[in-house]
Design a protein around this ligand. Structure first.
Ligand SMILES: Nc1nc2c(c(=O)[nH]1)N[C@H]1C(S)=C(S)[C@@H](COP(=O)(O)OP(=O)(O)OC[C@H]3O[C@@H](n4cnc5c(N)ncnc54)[C@H](O)[C@@H]3O)O[C@H]1N2
Ligand code: MOO
Length: 400
């Protein structure tokens, strides 16, 4: 059958990922590093904690001394450790303070009975020697490898960087992405719109997907359905960006100039058309300087589905993240399959009482109707098959 000659989704994704490469690294201030991908080894600046540290507000004393202790001063956090005098002495201590020299045990203030400078413990209280102290180096030794390249930096990771003196951090560089909309029918988001025009929306679906994944170096541009103008615009965009994401102009129409304009701009085609619905006319190629170029089909459901299924995995792989584990969900209603095409089926996700993710199909009327899409969470990838996929079928989910 003719469709069988088309590339499968799996083959097309593999080809895109083959070209993922990486986009280099950059040093950025620590406070801007949340969500970025670490590209250096982070080592402990010194032992942590760097000193024996008091865990409770109370007193520190030498175990075995007493039973009546005399307070000789206060050891605050942020001050060098004080020596404890000989005899039945103790020091008032604060949480986080250096354990005073000569003490080995801390008793919380709630357990103390105080009379002026004299301290005894509440009736029946027996402190264990060495209690309530964070020992120097109990967290890690100096020089320990704490974080490795490839980690997505979350809050705790930023805290580890801060604690070890990393004011700047080496992370994967965010590629520069040019989003190019093609079409004479496209009008701006604001301003007048004629009866024969539509407002440009695909780039916002793509921007939403990009920025929610922290890809925020984006430039938008528009070209008309004119071959010469498209070539000029694409050559310029190729000089400015690592990745181009075009929408529209990749199917069979007399004004669908994108494949020709790309090849005349030195972009080598890797594939055109994939056995999928929506998004069959997807185009992917590589520029003369390694720029990755996606020609997304113009229909809005096709454009955003292909952005999620192909552009995002390529960008994430280029950040040094491994291929994500498939996120499986269970269909909660039967759904028609296609014998020849993989279906990207929009769904809403909910969880049953046992936590299992259930996907409610929200089939698209056509790939041009997308108002309903905003109420969905993403799509499932339904393999080719005869007839219907029964309720209970497991499928891979891709979130918007
Ligand atoms: N003879 C054939 N015609 C078509 C085929 C085919 O195989 N043979 N494939 C169809 C499929 S499937 C798709 S998908 C579309 C893809 O077409 P293009 O990529 O060439 O896109 P356009 O024709 O430029 O536009 C399609 C549709 O999308 C609207 N559009 C375009 N850009 C935007 C935008 N930025 N924001 C919102 N909407 C946009 C455009 O107005 C059209 O309605 O081709 C089929 N035809
Ligand atoms: O496959 Mo096209 O992407 O339906 O409209």
């Amino acid at each position: 059958m003719k469709m069988d000659n088309l590339l499968s989704v799996a083959q097309a994704v593999d080809l895109v990922l083959e070209y993922a490469g990486n986009f280099g690294t950059e040093r950025i201030p620590l406070a801007e590093a949340g969500g970025r991908i670490l590209q250096q080894v982070v080592r402990a600046e010194r032992a942590q904690p760097p000193y024996d540290r008091v865990m409770m507000d109370g007193i520190a004393f030498r175990s075995g001394s007493g039973p009546v202790l005399v307070v000789h001063g206060t050891q605050r956090a942020g001050a060098p450790g004080q020596p404890l005098p000989e005899g039945n002495a103790c020091l008032e201590v604060m949480t986080g303070a250096v354990l005073p020299e000569g003490t080995d045990t801390v008793v919380p203030v709630e357990r103390l009975v105080r009379d002026g400078r004299q301290i005894t413990f509440e009736a029946g209280y027996q402190p264990h020697a060495g209690q309530f102290i964070h020992r120097r180096g109990s967290d890690c030794a100096a020089g320990t490898e704490l974080l490795l390249p490839g980690l997505r930096l979350n809050g705790p990771a930023l805290a580890v960087l801060a604690c070890n003196g990393y004011a700047e951090v080496e992370v994967s560089r965010i590629p520069s992405i040019g989003i190019v909309s093609t079409g004479d029918e496209l009008a701006d988001v604001e301003g007048p719109v004629q009866d024969w025009q539509i407002r440009r929306s695909n780039e916002y679906a793509i921007i939403g997907a990009l920025t929610s994944r922290r890809f925020n170096r984006i430039e938008q541009s528009v070209v008309s359905d004119d071959l010469a103008e498209t070539i000029v615009a694409l050559r310029e965009q190729l000089q400015r960006h690592d990745v181009l994401v075009l929408s529209g102009g990749v199917s069979m129409g007399a004004f669908d100039h994108v494949p020709k304009a790309l090849s005349r701009s030195g972009v080598e085609k890797v594939f055109h058309k994939v056995a999928q619905r929506p998004g069959k006319p997807l185009w992917f190629g590589v520029g003369s300087e390694g720029q990755r170029v996606f020609g997304l089909p113009g229909n809005p459901v096709s454009a955003v589905s292909c952005a999620i299924r192909y552009v995002m995995p390529m960008l994430l792989a280029g950040q040094g993240l491994s291929r994500p584990e498939p996120y499986m969900v269970e269909l909660d209603a039967e759904t028609e399959q296609s014998a020849t095409l993989v279906r990207f089926l929009p769904v809403r996700i909910r969880h049953d009482a046992s936590g299992c993710a259930l996907a409610t199909p929200c089939p698209m009327p056509t790939s041009g109707d997308f108002s309903f899409l905003a109420g969905t969470d993403g799509f499932v990838e339904l393999p080719r098959g005869e007839g219907v996929a029964a309720a209970g079928t497991h499928a891979v989910f891709h979130g918007w």
